[in-house]
Ligand binder design. Structure first.
Ligand SMILES: Nc1ncnc2c1ncn2[C@@H]1O[C@H](COP(=O)(O)OP(=O)(O)O)[C@@H](O)[C@H]1O
Ligand SMILES: [Mg+2]
Length: 365
């Protein structure tokens, strides 16, 4: 069990800053996911926590004790990348116990701990079977068993499901989350896949270009993105952005988009310039005959119970997720209404979301 804290962590490679002033605390027993596009500094951060990379500046604490300059082997953290690779010539028991045998633990302890992990993963009846004949689900459980058999204080996982196809990824996400709930170990999990992050995390840490942009539970990240980057990175299709005009003061409850007045959650901050950006998710737009904004249907894609409607307006192209009971045709003129409790106002100068009465439906983690 462990709490991991990083303080003002920096990492440069020559002139290039890969991690910039990163600070966060991973709580004891938490499933913490670092999410961001390729190259944003996730692996570098994780390797610094593991002790595989030395920070250029900043400090790292495990359970309150500074470990910034401790060697990896003295941190008692398990670093896992790629869960899927098994040793094909070994049976299930040998695969799971491999890390313990490498450590040279006494045979009896190796046996007991392997049995315990196998029971936890419900593959104890397979221990003497070769891994080659196993179902793919059981193979994944064996791989997971090998990853967790070392009793580490915390698990650091770097895109462990990267090479799996979508179906297995989904299955492994469930498996990992269940295992986490059973074992209760601290987990720092790195991925560029928002769906993995949303489905497993207690809290998500969104990064871009070496910087931490927001740390919050998945629902909070989705409903109350801190920046335009976070808003655009999470959600599929992405949030729509429209140029807006404000003259925005504290307490303002509307912006103008192309001359139309659009209601927004009451603002807690003011803007010292006219330009703003309005963000609205596809499911928070309604289609009606009359609407705050007018547009023309460009495309309709049916997706079972829902449909994705693309509408061109004078302010730009919008994607709308609507129930399939809404009937619109290509080329039709429609009105658009935005859910005024759930639209986000961004400052185009900083790309930050303005604080407001934005409805989130969840409390702060
Ligand atoms: N050893 C290194 N030398 C030089 N540049 C590096 C090194 N390791 C990582 N980088 C650079 O740092 C940035 C962040 O890398 P990384 O942490 O691996 O990103 P991520 O895991 O988010 O994809 C990238 O631009 C990468 O090219
Ligand atoms: Mg990486």
């Amino acid at each position: 069990m462990a709490e991991i804290r990083i303080e003002n962590l920096f990492k440069s490679f020559g002139d290039f800053v890969a991690v910039r002033d990163s600070s966060f605390t991973v709580r004891d027993g938490e499933f913490f996911v670092m999410l961001g596009p390729s190259g944003c500094g996730k692996t570098t951060t994780l390797r610094m926590i593991a002790g595989l990379e030395m920070p250029s500046a900043g400090r790292i604490f495990l359970d309150g004790e500074e470990v910034t300059f401790n060697r990896a082997s003295h941190r008692d953290l398990a670093f896992v990348f790629q869960l899927f690779a098994l040793y094909p010539h070994m049976n299930v028991r040998k695969n799971i116990s491999f890390p313990l045998r490498m450590e040279g633990l006494p045979r009896r302890e190796v046996r007991e701990r392997t049995d315990e992990v196998a029971r936890m993963l419900q593959i104890d009846h397979l221990l003497n079977r070769p891994v080659t004949g196993l179902s793919s689900g059981d193979r994944q459980r064996v791989a997971l068993g090998r990853a967790i058999v070392r009793r580490a204080k915390a698990f650091l996982m770097d895109e462990p499901l990267g090479a799996l196809d979508a179906e297995f990824r989904e299955m492994m996400c469930e498996e990992l989350r269940l295992l986490h709930d059973r074992v209760g170990a601290t987990q720092v999990y790195v991925t560029h896949d928002q769906i993995e992050a949303m489905s497993m995390a207690d809290r998500i840490c969104v990064m871009d270009k070496g910087e931490v942009l927001q740390i919050a539970p998945p629902a909070e990240i989705y409903a109350r993105p801190a920046t335009r980057f976070v808003a655009g990175f999470i959600g599929s299709p992405a949030m729509n952005f429209l140029p807006a005009m404000g003259g925005l003061e504290v307490g303002a409850t509307a912006v103008r988009v192309n001359g139309s007045v659009i209601a927004v959650p009451r603002l807690h901050e003011s803007l010292d310039h006219e330009a703003a950006v309005l963000g609205v998710r596809p499911e928070n737009i309604g289609i009606a005959d009359e609407g705050a904004l007018k547009g023309r249907v460009f495309a309709v894609e049916y997706m079972g119970s829902r449909q994705l409607i693309t509408v061109d307006t004078d302010a730009g192209r919008l994607r709308v997720r609507a129930p399939n009971t809404v009937r619109v045709d290509f080329g039709e003129n429609v009105g658009l209404n935005f859910d005024s409790k759930r639209v986000v106002v961004f400052d185009p100068a900083t790309n930050r979301a303005l604080a407001s009465d934005l409805y989130a439906g969840v409390s702060d983690g």
